[in-house]
Design a protein around this ligand. Sequence first.
Ligand SMILES: Cc1cc2nc3c(=O)[nH]c(=O)nc-3n(C[C@H](O)[C@H](O)[C@H](O)COP(=O)(O)O)c2cc1C
Length: 183
Amino acid sequence: MNETIKIIKERRSIRAYKDKPIEEEKIQEIVECGLMAPNAKHLQPWKFIVVTNKDLIKEIAKRVQDKVIDNPRYSFVKERAKTKDDVIFYNAPLAIFILGEKDSRWAKLDCSYAAENMMLAAKSLGLGSCPIGMARYLTEEKDLVQKLDFDENYELIITLVFGYPDEKPEPKERNKDVVEWVE
Ligand SMILES: Cc1cc2nc3c(=O)[nH]c(=O)nc-3n(C[C@H](O)[C@H](O)[C@H](O)COP(=O)(O)O)c2cc1C
């Protein structure tokens, strides 16, 4: 197995991070790998909001957690909150908010490619990551949207968190029945 394939196969969503900041060069590398993603017509219809401010990351996590904690759809949040303090961003030292241009036909797909590039780059640098769909609830909070400087012509597609992993989960099984070879 070559190194790239190993990284793809061994990437896991990490939900426990060490209390250790990420070196700036590594953050730059992750962002550059996001920028190198394929994108329709090379329109690059994205913005990456990079946040390393621990207090701001904590505040967003707390506000999102408060919003979803009593929602039965997210009962696992309540469960996890019994033993962990941040069950939204898992105390990660870095969050990247990926925004896609609202009027761009393929923005969601383009942003998804960028997200995966970033997560694989992170893994190759010894870092863990996790996509946080639940962070979309922050967009209901005007002051947070303002603090994060989201452009009104863009929407939040996905939030990613990164950090030095404090757990090493095994790769999850995948359902292989979904693959069909047609001759
Ligand atoms: C669009 C998207 C949203 C996700 N949102 C969350 C989330 O809010 N919280 C979380 O802990 N994991 C989240 N995940 C991670 C998934 O649970 C995870 O990718 C899946 O269980 C497969 O596990 P793996 O990434 O470790 O292979 C999200 C993943 C994706 C692709």
